[in-house]
Design a protein around this ligand. Structure first.
Ligand code: HEC
Length: 202
């Protein structure tokens, strides 16, 4: 069996050597075609769907499950009290780690009715986007912005009240300027920012 395996490996190896000699594209070869480009909207959609999936899993399988079992509770003051971060804080912390990465991708949660004032709209794009996503059926508000001479593609995705816990907590929070969120309301947005060229970001 071993000899057979060796023989097969040798044949495959020789075939590969022949193939690379014939100019077939290889991972290191010069004939590698230009990688196909994907639209910026698709790239931010990918990032957004990963973030959403992670946050949903964190909410249902960690925060809610630990709470039901009485193992651990999520709290806004998780750091000081040794508790679990809230889902919004989980997303925020992940966004801060992305900032430390030199790819230039940024993620941030924002709202017209923020519990935390840091989550207010700071730019024209963010202000217009927050009102546009209130009316548009689920698609992000997108655009190109310039910051310090570099161009970025931004997409603001609606963040909806998908469960009773979202509205229960926000409506009851002393710092929430809005107390009448309803199920499926757009509570704010998830902003994904991407540099438009590899060298354009710091
Ligand atoms: C247990 C309370 C609680 C729950 C449950 C909760 N949030 Fe929040 N949310 C907060 C707090 C506190 C903040 C502010 C976090 C920060 O930035 O310090 C926040 C921040 C946000 C923000 C950013 C704007 C702001 O208010 O500062 C959005 C948007 C948001 N939450 C949406 C949601 C959605 C959607 C859900 C349900 C999937 C949800 N939240 C569940 C407490 C909660």
């Amino acid at each position: 069996m071993r000899a057979q395996g060796f023989g097969l490996g040798l044949i495959i190896g020789m075939l590969l050597m022949w193939a690379s000699g014939q100019g077939l594209p290889s991972a290191t070869g010069k004939n590698l075609p230009e990688p196909p480009c994907i639209p910026a909207t698709a790239a931010t959609d990918y990032v957004h769907s990963v973030i959403q999936a992670d946050r949903t899993f964190y909410t249902t399988e960690i925060v809610e499950r630990m709470q039901v079992r009485g193992t651990a509770v999520a709290s806004e003051h998780w750091k000081e009290r040794g508790m679990l971060p809230l889902p919004a804080q989980f997303l925020k912390e992940a966004g801060l780690l992305m900032r430390g990465d030199d790819r230039g991708i940024r993620v941030r949660l924002l709202s017209q009715w923020p519990i935390n004032k840091d989550n207010r709209a700071n730019t024209d794009f963010e202000r217009t986007g927050l009102s546009e996503i209130m009316v548009d059926g689920g698609r992000p508000y997108t655009g190109v912005v310039t910051q310090d001479g570099a161009s970025y593609f931004q997409a603001l995705y609606p963040d909806k009240a998908v469960s009773q816990t979202c509205i229960g907590c926000h409506n009851a929070h002393p710092n929430s300027p809005k107390k009448d969120f309803k199920l499926r309301d757009v509570m704010g947005g998830i902003l994904v920012t991407m540099p438009l060229s590899q060298s354009s970001h710091k």
